[in-house]
Ligand binder design. Structure first.
Ligand SMILES: NCC(=O)N[C@@H](Cc1c[nH]cn1)C(=O)O
Ligand code: ZN
Ligand code: ZN
Length: 476
């Protein structure tokens, strides 16, 4: 059993330093989906690179070219980092992202999203705190605590930190393919900390994610926005057309109404059904993380299956619509509806797109509208499922037991991290998701937070995992 107590003690005594590090990171509004924030994404990448270098690591800031479809924008660099180069130690690849989802105080945040605010319960609020700045910094914190505790770092750490994860990971697949036999060549396994526990108490190891096919439908007609009193009733309205189409995708119980989608889903076997009852999760956990009791399903097993192994379709928004307070009597001239499908085994990206496109065309036909409709694919990433009976998972389970005193749940994540599949396919190595945050962290939502306990114990966990995985890999 690795001698980890001096490391754990050092993590405890450095907690204020680690929180300051997170405060600095959260203060950089690295929103990858907003053009005007692109310099902040670049700034965040530079800040992160300087943190790695200050700890004695090396970093190459790899340019990824222009953003496809938005050629006026340079993609933010992907950081290819390394800490340690000892041929006697195994090399472990860790991935994370330094970009974040959009956030504005006016969305309903209780505090400024880009100022880390720690409350009396130790909840650290701020955009990116849990997704994914806190977990990324966890790896750096682990390095620092090893150095200050005088504990030998057990592995060579190969790092891949990108700045476009929340915007389709543009450019990353090509880079990974290019670097598979170079920067990533020594990596024996991959570990990613970018998802969440199912509840608030019990850690989990995650061996699957859903994919995400993201689409947009643009409907336009009038040459400009119109007065509804003057033109209402005499023109086809883009919003009316769009809402009809958007309304045809899914029923209020979440059932996808696009013909052929259900047939693409792998059936639930008796053996798989047995995996859900032992998972430590309650409907109360779900309601707590939802912030209310609006769940569709009544049992935890159904809820877990619909999060982990069935697809879902969500409507995200309508660009061009009138949405501010007040009663503007406008007919918007052009509106773009955005929606996505979370995909699962055995749904192939192109097969899903084909069915969606066919459905949209059929619904459009029914409208007999003189407006113009365009269907666009925004980005697609495939689902991923890994073999959890691998030393990588054995090591992580031992680390969880050591730090938290419990055996982790084995889960599949409802969200999407397409790079999991890319690493699995391009490197041919086992990939593990080892989350730091909990179910109540509100990633992507207002008041995103990371609990101090999850950050500090999570830092211990990431460090402990590196010791255990080094041991397991030596054994196998
Ligand atoms: N923490 C992972 C995460 O939040 N992933 C995003 C990825 C994505 C897909 N389309 C846009 N972003 C997710 O929404 O699951
Ligand atoms: Zn993330
Ligand atoms: Zn995210």
């Amino acid at each position: 059993m690795p001698h980890l107590d001096p490391y754990f003690k050092q993590v405890d005594s450095l907690q204020d330093t680690f929180i300051e590090r997170l405060r600095e990171a959260v203060a950089i509004p690295s929103i990858s989906s907003e053009d005007e924030r692109r310099p902040d994404v670049v700034k965040m990448g530079e800040w992160l690179a300087s943190q790695i270098e200050a700890l004695g690591g090396t970093v190459e800031k790899r340019a990824l070219g222009k953003q496809p479809g938005r050629e006026h924008l340079d993609l933010p660099p992907c950081l290819l980092g390394r800490y340690g180069d000892d041929p006697k130690k195994p090399s472990i690849l860790v991935y994370g992202h330094y970009d974040v989802q959009p956030a504005q105080k006016s969305d309903g945040w209780a505090t400024d999203p880009f100022t880390l605010s720690v409350d009396e319960k130790g909840r650290m609020f701020g955009r990116g705190s849990t997704d994914d700045k806190g977990p990324v910094l966890g790896w750096l914190n682990a390095i620092e605590a090893h150095q200050k505790a005088g504990v030998d770092f057990p592995v060579n750490l190969i790092m891949c930190f990108e700045g476009m994860e929340e915007n389709g990971s543009e450019g990353l697949d090509d880079l990974i393919a290019e670097e598979a036999k170079k920067h990533f060549k020594d990596a024996e396994v991959v570990c990613i900390s970018d998802n969440y526990w199912l509840g608030t108490e019990k850690p989990c190891l995650t061996y699957g994610v859903r994919g995400c096919n993201y689409y947009a439908i643009e409907v336009s007609g009038p040459g400009q926005d119109l007065h509804s009193g003057v033109y209402g009733g005499v023109t086809h309205e883009p919003m009316t057309d769009l809402v009809r189409i958007m309304n045809s995708f899914v029923d209020p119980d979440g059932k996808i109404l696009i013909e052929g989608i259900d047939e693409l889903v792998a059936p639930l076997t008796d053996e798989e059904a047995k995996l859900y009852p032992p998972i430590a999760f309650t409907m109360q956990d779900l309601h707590e993380s939802l912030g209310s009791s609006v769940s569709i399903h009544d049992t935890k097993e159904e809820a877990l299956q619909h999060k982990m192994r069935y697809p879902s379709l969500s409507l995200h928004g309508i660009e061009g619509a009138f949405y501010t307070p007040g009663a503007k009597t406008v007919i918007p001239a052009k509106v773009t509806g955005k929606f996505s499908i979370r995909t699962v085994p055995n749904m192939e990206i192109d097969a899903v797109t084909h069915l969606v496109e066919k459905h949209v065309a059929a619904e459009w036909e029914k409208l007999h509208s003189k407006n113009t409709m365009k269907f666009n694919i925004v980005h697609c990433g495939k689902w991923w499922v890994e073999d959890p009976n691998h030393p990588n998972y054995t090591a992580a389970a031992k680390a969880v037991e050591r730090v938290f005193g419990v055996k982790p749940d084995m889960t599949r994540e409802g969200g999407s991290i397409p790079v999991t599949l890319t690493f699995q396919e391009q490197l041919g190595k086992n990939v593990l998701l080892l989350p730091m945050g909990s179910s109540t962290d509100a990633a992507h939502s207002i008041n995103e937070k990371l609990d101090k306990r999850n950050y500090i114990e999570g830092t211990k966990l990431l460090g402990a995992y590196l010791h255990y995985v080094a041991g397991e890999l030596r054994r196998s």
